[in-house]
Design a protein around this ligand. Structure first.
Ligand SMILES: C[S@@+](CC[C@H](N)C(=O)[O-])C[C@H]1O[C@@H](n2cnc3c(N)ncnc32)[C@H](O)[C@@H]1O
Length: 367
């Protein structure tokens, strides 16, 4: 979904995208983007300041690259730091080795430029230096976000199969949601309707979270931070949008109501305890876009049953909402595709995505 993230980043701030690669978007931007993107990007997890990106042959090269960085704009002398790492590919060293040599390089580089020995704190560091090793390339960055942005902090009810918020936001972008009447016929804890309401109302993420780690960086500028926050808060539009949540389980629907209340969008979402495979459940609903995350059938149904469920749901939705766009995510891809084929529904678009460790696909189609 890197292309979806890219378009969102470009929409929020004046970023100049340099490349879009697996799981990452590289861009240049002014310091104000560190604030505006952390405050409002719904489809990304973390924003890093990139300190180095180079090819390497050995662990010694990684040490040399890390040591050549000037950390004085990144770490104050009184800050603690930790090195985290992710490694992809076969190497004759481990991720622990990477953390050890980069940690040493940071301390030595800082000692030579500031004559201060930085302290390491692995559990609760002020500054998190992140090293991504991808085959023969090393990326070194500093985390400006802190905890991943997909944790929106409003969720009080955890549905057992909750959708990741960033994926829900991306699905709404794929469906070109712009405030039109929306239905999630299998809403669970209401992740999709809440994301929709937040995007329609232009609620920045910062309403619900605080404690970004950029605050510890020497280059943090509180005046620019405030200016960017105010700009976003001025755009908030608490109008009422038509967003409908349908759910067969009273327990999950109650959880959805609690989540919407905590997310401050209770008055723009309607909640219906109905079976969405039945035509009569949809009477008198005004719907222009459907975005949904059906059960995958991994736990509660078996795969044959889930195929039949998809067929009956799509049949009903097409009968009631013919011509309406539907965006859906499922890990039971062949069952969903077969159901569409049986009903003669053409898939306009599909893309692979990992969800909760499962390979899944997002589909877009017109009913
Ligand atoms: C994968 S979960 C949705 C999770 C949701 N996106 C979230 O983030 O919390 C699918 C939901 O569909 C509901 N469901 C299953 N069959 C249904 C039906 N016939 N009508 C309405 N809801 C149904 C289940 O109870 C479950 O909560």
């Amino acid at each position: 979904m890197e292309d979806v993230a890219r378009s969102e980043l470009e929409e929020i701030s004046k970023v100049v995208v340099e490349s879009v690669e697996a799981g990452k978007v590289f861009f240049k931007a002014g310091i104000e983007a560190m604030y505006s993107l952390n405050f409002s990007a719904r489809t990304v997890n973390k924003l890093y300041l990139l300190l180095a990106r180079e090819e390497f042959e050995s662990l010694e090269d990684i040490y040399r690259i890390a040591k050549s960085i000037d950390y004085t704009e990144i770490i104050n002398p009184w800050n603690t730091f930790a090195v985290r790492s992710e490694r992809l590919g076969n190497h004759n060293f481990t991720s622990i080795d990477v953390r050890r040599v980069v940690g040493q390089a940071v301390i030595e580089s800082y000692l030579s430029s500031r004559s201060t020995r930085l302290k390491v704190n692995l559990t609760n560091p002020d500054i998190e230096i992140v090293v991504f090793i991808r085959f023969n390339e090393v990326l070194i960055g500093v985390n400006t976000t802190g905890e991943s942005l997909h944790r929106r902090w409003y969720r009080v009810y955890n549905h057992p199969a909750a959708l990741k918020t960033t994926i829900a936001a991306a699905m709404l972008r794929i469906g070109r949601y712009g405030g039109q009447p929306l239905l999630d016929p299998l809403c669970g804890g209401a992740t999709i309707p809440i994301e929709a309401a937040h995007s329609a109302r232009k609620y920045p993420l910062l309403i619900f979270r605080y404690g970004y780690t950029y605050r510890k960086l020497p280059l943090h500028d509180p005046a620019t931070e405030r200016e960017e926050a105010l700009k976003l808060l001025e755009r908030v539009d608490p109008s009422v949008y038509e967003i409908c949540c349908m759910e067969i389980s009273p327990k999950h629907l109650k959880g959805a109501v609690e989540n919407a209340k905590s997310a401050r969008v209770l008055n723009t979402i309607s909640f219906l305890n109905r079976d969405s495979t039945r035509v009569e459940s949809h009477r008198e609903l005004n719907v222009e876009l459907i975005v949904t995350n059906p059960p995958y059938g991994m736990r509660s149904h078996n795969l044959k049953k889930i195929g039949l469920f998809y067929e009956s749901l799509l049949k009903t939705l097409r009968e009631v909402y013919s011509g309406v766009r539907l965006v859906a995510i499922t890990a039971s891809m062949s069952q969903f595709e077969e159901a569409c084929e049986k009903l003669g529904i053409k898939l306009e678009h599909s893309r692979r995505v990992m969800h909760g460790g499962l390979p899944a696909k997002i589909y877009s189609l017109v009913l």
